[in-house]
Design a protein around this ligand. Structure first.
Ligand SMILES: [Ca+2]
Ligand SMILES: [Ca+2]
Length: 172
Protein backbone atom coordinates (compact mmCIF):
# COMPACT_ATOMS: atom_id res chain seq x y z
CA UNK A 1 0.00 0.00 0.00
CA UNK A 2 2.72 2.44 0.95
CA UNK A 3 4.59 1.75 -2.28
CA UNK A 4 1.51 2.31 -4.35
CA UNK A 5 0.90 5.61 -2.59
CA UNK A 6 4.50 6.63 -3.22
CA UNK A 7 4.19 5.70 -6.86
CA UNK A 8 1.07 7.81 -7.25
CA UNK A 9 2.78 10.74 -5.57
CA UNK A 10 5.78 10.18 -7.81
CA UNK A 11 3.62 10.33 -10.90
CA UNK A 12 1.99 13.51 -9.65
CA UNK A 13 5.38 15.13 -9.07
CA UNK A 14 6.55 14.03 -12.49
CA UNK A 15 3.43 15.50 -14.07
CA UNK A 16 4.18 18.78 -12.32
CA UNK A 17 7.57 18.82 -14.03
CA UNK A 18 9.86 18.03 -11.11
CA UNK A 19 12.99 16.01 -11.77
CA UNK A 20 13.27 14.89 -8.15
CA UNK A 21 10.92 11.94 -8.40
CA UNK A 22 13.53 9.22 -8.20
CA UNK A 23 14.65 10.49 -4.79
CA UNK A 24 11.34 9.47 -3.23
CA UNK A 25 11.99 6.20 -1.45
CA UNK A 26 9.57 4.06 0.42
CA UNK A 27 11.42 3.05 3.56
CA UNK A 28 8.22 1.87 5.25
CA UNK A 29 7.49 -0.84 2.72
CA UNK A 30 8.71 -4.44 2.70
CA UNK A 31 12.17 -5.16 1.28
CA UNK A 32 10.84 -7.01 -1.72
CA UNK A 33 12.86 -4.86 -4.13
CA UNK A 34 16.12 -6.25 -2.72
CA UNK A 35 14.72 -9.77 -2.98
CA UNK A 36 13.96 -9.17 -6.64
CA UNK A 37 17.43 -7.81 -7.47
CA UNK A 38 19.48 -10.24 -5.36
CA UNK A 39 19.65 -13.24 -7.73
CA UNK A 40 20.54 -11.07 -10.74
CA UNK A 41 24.34 -11.24 -11.33
CA UNK A 42 24.13 -8.08 -13.45
CA UNK A 43 23.04 -6.17 -10.32
CA UNK A 44 26.05 -6.99 -8.13
CA UNK A 45 27.63 -3.76 -6.86
CA UNK A 46 25.61 -1.78 -9.37
CA UNK A 47 25.09 0.94 -10.28
CA UNK A 48 28.70 1.90 -10.90
CA UNK A 49 28.43 2.93 -14.52
CA UNK A 50 30.05 6.38 -14.30
CA UNK A 51 32.92 8.26 -12.71
CA UNK A 52 30.39 9.79 -10.36
CA UNK A 53 29.19 6.40 -9.10
CA UNK A 54 32.63 4.73 -8.99
CA UNK A 55 32.71 2.13 -6.23
CA UNK A 56 35.61 2.49 -3.79
CA UNK A 57 37.87 -0.56 -3.59
CA UNK A 58 40.79 -1.08 -1.23
CA UNK A 59 44.24 -2.67 -1.62
CA UNK A 60 43.94 -6.44 -1.41
CA UNK A 61 40.51 -6.29 -2.97
CA UNK A 62 39.74 -9.27 -5.20
CA UNK A 63 36.12 -9.55 -6.26
CA UNK A 64 34.13 -11.50 -8.79
CA UNK A 65 32.02 -9.21 -10.97
CA UNK A 66 30.43 -8.97 -14.37
CA UNK A 67 30.08 -6.77 -17.41
CA UNK A 68 26.40 -7.26 -18.02
CA UNK A 69 23.98 -6.50 -19.47
CA UNK A 70 25.69 -5.66 -22.79
CA UNK A 71 27.02 -2.12 -22.81
CA UNK A 72 27.77 -2.11 -19.07
CA UNK A 73 30.76 -0.13 -17.80
CA UNK A 74 32.12 -0.65 -14.29
CA UNK A 75 33.97 2.11 -12.46
CA UNK A 76 36.00 1.77 -9.25
CA UNK A 77 37.67 4.41 -7.15
CA UNK A 78 41.12 3.88 -5.65
CA UNK A 79 42.95 6.13 -3.23
CA UNK A 80 46.71 6.45 -3.67
CA UNK A 81 49.26 7.78 -1.20
CA UNK A 82 52.50 9.51 -2.16
CA UNK A 83 54.83 7.21 -4.14
CA UNK A 84 52.55 4.16 -3.89
CA UNK A 85 53.23 1.47 -6.48
CA UNK A 86 49.86 0.35 -7.81
CA UNK A 87 48.88 -2.78 -9.73
CA UNK A 88 45.36 -3.06 -11.11
CA UNK A 89 44.24 -6.32 -12.67
CA UNK A 90 41.10 -7.50 -14.39
CA UNK A 91 41.14 -11.28 -14.83
CA UNK A 92 38.77 -12.96 -17.27
CA UNK A 93 38.59 -15.41 -20.16
CA UNK A 94 39.03 -13.47 -23.39
CA UNK A 95 37.25 -16.15 -25.44
CA UNK A 96 33.98 -15.43 -23.63
CA UNK A 97 34.20 -11.67 -24.18
CA UNK A 98 36.97 -9.12 -24.75
CA UNK A 99 37.18 -6.71 -21.80
CA UNK A 100 39.61 -3.79 -21.52
CA UNK A 101 40.87 -1.85 -18.51
CA UNK A 102 41.54 1.86 -18.10
CA UNK A 103 42.92 4.12 -15.43
CA UNK A 104 41.33 7.57 -15.52
CA UNK A 105 41.46 10.84 -13.70
CA UNK A 106 38.45 10.86 -11.41
CA UNK A 107 38.29 14.65 -11.67
CA UNK A 108 37.94 15.03 -15.43
CA UNK A 109 37.83 11.49 -16.81
CA UNK A 110 41.11 11.84 -18.70
CA UNK A 111 42.58 8.44 -19.60
CA UNK A 112 45.91 7.96 -17.82
CA UNK A 113 46.70 4.41 -18.98
CA UNK A 114 44.85 1.61 -20.74
CA UNK A 115 45.39 -2.11 -21.09
CA UNK A 116 43.85 -3.32 -24.36
CA UNK A 117 45.19 -6.82 -25.05
CA UNK A 118 43.38 -9.45 -27.09
CA UNK A 119 44.08 -12.35 -24.77
CA UNK A 120 43.08 -13.20 -21.21
CA UNK A 121 43.26 -10.51 -18.52
CA UNK A 122 44.32 -6.87 -18.47
CA UNK A 123 46.82 -5.28 -16.10
CA UNK A 124 48.12 -1.77 -15.42
CA UNK A 125 51.20 -1.11 -13.25
CA UNK A 126 51.85 2.45 -12.08
CA UNK A 127 54.63 3.25 -12.44
CA UNK A 128 55.22 0.82 -15.29
CA UNK A 129 56.18 0.67 -18.98
CA UNK A 130 53.51 -1.49 -20.66
CA UNK A 131 51.02 0.05 -20.81
CA UNK A 132 52.85 3.26 -20.00
CA UNK A 133 51.83 4.67 -16.64
CA UNK A 134 53.77 7.15 -14.59
CA UNK A 135 53.92 7.47 -10.81
CA UNK A 136 50.45 8.42 -9.63
CA UNK A 137 50.00 11.58 -7.63
CA UNK A 138 48.41 11.10 -4.22
CA UNK A 139 44.64 11.21 -4.28
CA UNK A 140 41.71 9.43 -5.89
CA UNK A 141 41.80 7.74 -9.30
CA UNK A 142 39.24 5.81 -11.28
CA UNK A 143 39.44 2.35 -12.84
CA UNK A 144 37.13 1.44 -15.70
CA UNK A 145 36.32 -2.06 -16.99
CA UNK A 146 34.23 -2.42 -20.13
CA UNK A 147 33.43 -4.64 -23.07
CA UNK A 148 35.35 -3.67 -26.21
CA UNK A 149 32.32 -4.52 -28.32
CA UNK A 150 29.09 -3.04 -26.95
CA UNK A 151 27.47 -6.49 -27.33
CA UNK A 152 29.99 -8.13 -24.97
CA UNK A 153 29.09 -9.59 -21.61
CA UNK A 154 31.56 -11.45 -19.40
CA UNK A 155 32.47 -12.14 -15.81
CA UNK A 156 35.77 -10.97 -14.34
CA UNK A 157 37.65 -10.45 -11.13
CA UNK A 158 39.07 -7.06 -10.23
CA UNK A 159 42.07 -6.82 -7.95
CA UNK A 160 44.08 -3.95 -6.56
CA UNK A 161 47.56 -4.25 -5.08
CA UNK A 162 49.30 -1.25 -3.52
CA UNK A 163 52.89 -1.33 -2.31
CA UNK A 164 54.20 1.66 -0.39
CA UNK A 165 57.45 2.93 -1.90
CA UNK A 166 60.63 2.18 0.09
CA UNK A 167 61.91 5.05 2.23
CA UNK A 168 63.78 7.72 0.30
CA UNK A 169 67.52 7.19 0.60
CA UNK A 170 68.78 9.88 2.95
CA UNK A 171 72.07 9.94 1.04
CA UNK A 172 70.49 11.16 -2.21
CA1 LIG B 1 28.32 -1.28 -14.13
CA1 LIG C 1 41.07 -6.98 -23.81
Amino acid sequence: MARAAAAVFCAAVAAAGSAGCSAILDFDGPLEIDAEIGPDPCAVLEPNDSLETALAIAPGEDRGLGICPAGDHDFYKITVAARDQVVIEARFVHATGNLDLRLRSIADGKIIAESVSTDDNERIDCPGPAPACSQLAPGDWAIEVYGVDPAVTNTYRISLSVTPAPPIDAGM
